[in-house]
Ligand binder design. Structure first.
Ligand SMILES: Nc1ncnc2c1ncn2[C@@H]1O[C@H](COP(=O)(O)OP(=O)(O)OP(=O)(O)O)[C@@H](O)[C@H]1O
Ligand SMILES: [Mg+2]
Length: 284
């Protein structure tokens, strides 16, 4: 690894447009994520954030534009995008409910195991060795997200916040260089949200660049090196957290009310404290 000051782009989306019939959900969006960065993507409901993720990951074929990973333009096919090094989680959790926690992570490793079909069927030494290595790596990831003690639990029995974390571990199992998180704290209580913040920093510290969609402004502005705001499919503003949270267009289009120094800040803190108190000892 070299220590150069020039930013090295992991993701370069250029002129990405996605139309559904008469509706342009994403319009001519450029976005770069550099190595070592956490970039936030915000915008009101229906702004096109998830659609943009779907274009990045090949789930949708963009009407226009291109997506490059580490300098190579990606074909819009999900498995090729995963192979290249981009992993994601979903806004609506997509785990295998009847598989164990460990098995869900092993599914995510699939793309990185080289063992072929016959080797798997015959369960030869090569397969057993690869399987053992996969399990070891999967357990290491479960330890990393704090779920190793639940490796044998069925994923459907996990509380919601833990299911979201498991999705992150499964995504990391494909050994990505870029992780896309679509609302990782949705449905979490304040403590879980704070823990997720630390988790995302730890992921970045492992050398994985992160692009994260969130509605929780406190979370996004604490976390992100840069934030881009989409409104009606277009990138309205992009900049540091300070720049974006102070931009009147963002405030008007998205927050709907002043953010900096607003009395709501104190009110929000009070609500958060009350919620934290209310959820203490509540195991659901
Ligand atoms: N497959 C599709 N077919 C038609 N329209 C779609 C499709 N997917 C998304 N859209 C539309 O594209 C627009 C953007 O939706 P998208 O889900 O990307 O918004 P979002 O920013 O992720 O919103 P939220 O914050 O609520 O998750 C919406 O008007 C949505 O109805
Ligand atoms: Mg969405």
């Amino acid at each position: 690894m070299t220590t150069t000051t020039a930013p090295s782009p992991v993701l370069e989306a250029t002129g990405v447009t996605m139309r559904f019939g008469g509706l342009t959900a994403v319009r001519n969006v450029d976005l770069t994520v550099n190595a070592g960065e956490i970039v936030g993507l915000i915008g009101p409901n229906g702004a096109g954030k998830t659609t943009f993720f779907n274009c990045l990951t090949g789930l949708y074929v963009p009407t226009e534009g291109k997506v490059a990973y580490k300098g190579t333009v990606l074909p819009p096919k999900p498995h090729l995008v995963t192979d290249a090094g981009i992993a994601r989680t979903f806004q609506n959790i997509r785990l295998f409910a009847n598989m164990t926690v460990l098995e869900n992570v092993l599914v995510g490793r699939h793309t990185r195991t080289k063992e072929g079909l016959w080797s798997a069927i015959l369960r030869g030494p090569g397969f057993r060795k690869a399987e053992a290595a996969s399990r070891e790596r999967a357990m290491e990831l479960l330890e990393f997200i704090g779920l190793a003690h639940k490796a044998d639990h069925l994923s459907r029995n996990l509380p919601y916040g833990e299911q979201r974390k498991l999705e992150i571990a499964r995504a990391m199992a494909s050994e990505p260089g870029l992780l896309l998180l679509d609302e990782p704290t949705a449905g979490m209580n304040p403590q879980e949200t704070r823990a997720t913040e630390d988790l995302v920093f730890a992921i970045r510290d492992r050398g994985i660049a992160v692009l994260v969609i969130e509605h929780d402004m406190r979370f996004i502005f604490n976390l992100s090196d840069r934030v881009a705001c989409l409104v009606q499919g277009e990138k309205l503003v992009e900049g540091t957290s300070e720049v974006v949270q102070g931009d009147e267009r963002v405030i008007a289009a998205y927050l709907g009310e002043p953010f900096e120094g607003a009395p709501e800040d104190t009110a929000a803190a009070a609500v958060e404290a009350a919620e934290a108190h209310a959820t203490e000892g509540d195991d659901q």
